[in-house]
Design a protein around this ligand. Structure first.
Ligand code: SF4
Length: 335
């Protein structure tokens, strides 16, 4: 089965082995960030609706589990767009709990819809919420995140504060810096004041590690990153050493031997194995550019299988490879 909404798992610094669910099915977002790894937003909107019905996503997830893949450390709502735009988000989270009763659920969000009490109620069903907030300077937010005109920065900030009061789970804030876009001292001062009153369990300051949508968008230098981290990270009020690492025993590996997997009677023939590897590589790089080594680790595939899958995609003209920081990042060619 080719999965449309289930992808990964990918190895995430904050969530361990994270199985992704795409709730929008396309690049549907309230923002069009210059650093976005999945490409330009094709539908810039603030309208909530069931872009992908909950049942379609849950049917795929149940099928994925039946294939006896290992249980991930997290099931994470994210994908190609902003997951809170899907008005079925609450039903998706409840459905995940039935399919993976022992696996925590995380949601990645750009925070733009947190002003909506219904969105906050649905998000509060998750175990961990990972909001981003890149700038509190309105002009910077417009440049780095290029939001829908209806996105209001003060409502966004207030929505985050309100959500923190209502949400008893783990709140892991991320600030992504782009050189010359949102790394001003004014932004640092505003974020410091805001985060000091937020009560996040963890604050991560990161910069671009993969190509974004604008050639002029580039990472900040190590010195800037270190300075911002030293200022903002200690403002987290969570448990010391909270790294959102995998649960003990959780980081098991996929079995590449289908014969050992319950529910599957035959080991795959090499051609089937190649085609299965290509499907998984395709689904993974469609959401996030990755190096061959990252793909091999996240998908638990032999490096040779990843290389063959990438070669096949290149031959089909479906691969876009970009150099960044001395590494080659592979993405699916759009259009
Ligand atoms: S980075 Fe996230 S918030 Fe920004 S455009 Fe991409 S999906 Fe939307």
């Amino acid at each position: 089965m080719a999965y449309r909404y289930v992808f990964g798992p990918v190895r995430s610094g904050r969530l361990g082995l994270s199985l992704g669910l795409d709730l929008t099915g396309d690049t549907v977002c309230t923002m069009d960030c210059v650093y976005c790894e999945v490409g330009r937003t094709t539908c810039l909107t603030t309208q909530r609706k069931p872009y992908v019905p909950a049942q379609d996503i849950l049917d795929e997830l149940a099928h994925w589990k039946e294939q006896a893949h290992q249980e991930p450390d997290y099931v994470t709502l994210g994908g190609k767009g902003e997951p809170t735009l899907n008005s079925d988000m609450g039903a998706v989270i409840q459905g995940i709990r039935r399919i993976f009763p022992h696996t925590p659920v995380a949601v990645l969000t750009n925070s733009t819809l947190l002003h909506d009490p219904q969105v906050r109620r649905e998000l509060a069903l998750a175990d961990a919420v990972l909001p981003s907030l890149d700038s509190l300077v309105p002009a910077e937010l417009r440049r780095v995140n290029r939001p829908h005109p209806e996105v209001d920065l003060s409502a966004l900030a207030q929505g985050l504060l309100d959500f923190r009061k209502e949400f008893t789970g783990r709140l892991l804030l991320e600030v992504l810096l782009v050189a010359g876009y949102n790394d001003s001292d004014a932004n640092l001062a505003l974020l410091r004041q805001f985060i000091a009153g937020l009560g996040a369990d963890r604050v991560d300051v990161v910069t671009m590690t993969r190509p974004g949508t604008l050639a002029s968008a580039s990472p900040v230098c190590d010195e800037t990153l270190a300075r911002w981290r030293a200022t903002l990270a200690p403002l987290a009020t969570g448990r010391p050493g909270d790294t959102t690492t995998p649960r003990p025993g959780g980081a098991r590996q996929f079995s590449t031997d289908a014969a050992s997997a319950p529910g599957q009677g035959h080991p795959p023939r090499p051609a089937d194995a190649d085609s299965a590897a290509q499907e998984r590589v395709t689904a993974s790089i469609e959401r996030r550019p990755q190096t061959a080594a990252q793909l091999a680790q996240a998908l638990d595939l032999p490096p040779e299988a990843v290389r063959r899958a990438l070669e096949a995609l290149a031959t089909q003209g479906r691969l876009r490879t970009t150099a960044s920081g001395g590494d080659a990042y592979h993405a699916l060619r759009q259009g």
